[in-house]
Design a protein around this ligand. Structure first.
Ligand SMILES: [Zn+2]
Length: 128
């Protein structure tokens, strides 16, 4: 993950793939609880306050580096509800209320970089 301390332009976002993810200053602001600086004049539903959203964004981009793609073409994610909840679609905005598709979990389980382990005591990202 590369956090660039620069603002992105309206219409730009973070990106990840091939082992590298790059995100901008708002990701740093969001993770640290600072105020987000909107890139566009019109409100953007992804530029919202709260650490959870930015942790979700980090997870989304990091999973791109491990080969996951947006599941909008997957038969398993053709509903608005799935697209809203899937971490690799728009679910990152609602993290931790986001999920991976079964096919995504299976793909990650084949990765040498991922170990299937349940963490029982996650920190509450909604805490100030
Ligand atoms: Zn993405």
């Amino acid at each position: 993950m590369a956090y660039v301390d620069a603002d992105h332009a309206c219409g730009q976002s973070g990106a990840g793939g091939s082992g590298l993810a790059v995100v901008s200053a708002n990701d740093l602001r969001g993770l640290s609880g600072e105020t987000i600086v909107p890139a566009c004049e019109k409100a953007n539903g992804a530029e919202i306050a709260g650490r959870c959203r930015w942790i979700g964004g980090m997870g989304h981009e990091m999973l791109h580096t491990l080969g996951l793609i947006h599941p909008d073409r997957s038969p398993a994610c053709q509903t608005a509800q799935c697209r809203s909840e899937a971490l690799m679609m728009h679910g990152y905005v609602k993290y931790p209320n986001a999920a991976l598709l079964k096919e995504e979990s299976l793909s990650l389980n084949r990765s040498l970089f991922v170990q299937d382990q349940r963490i029982e005591n996650l920190l509450d990202c909604t805490a100030p």
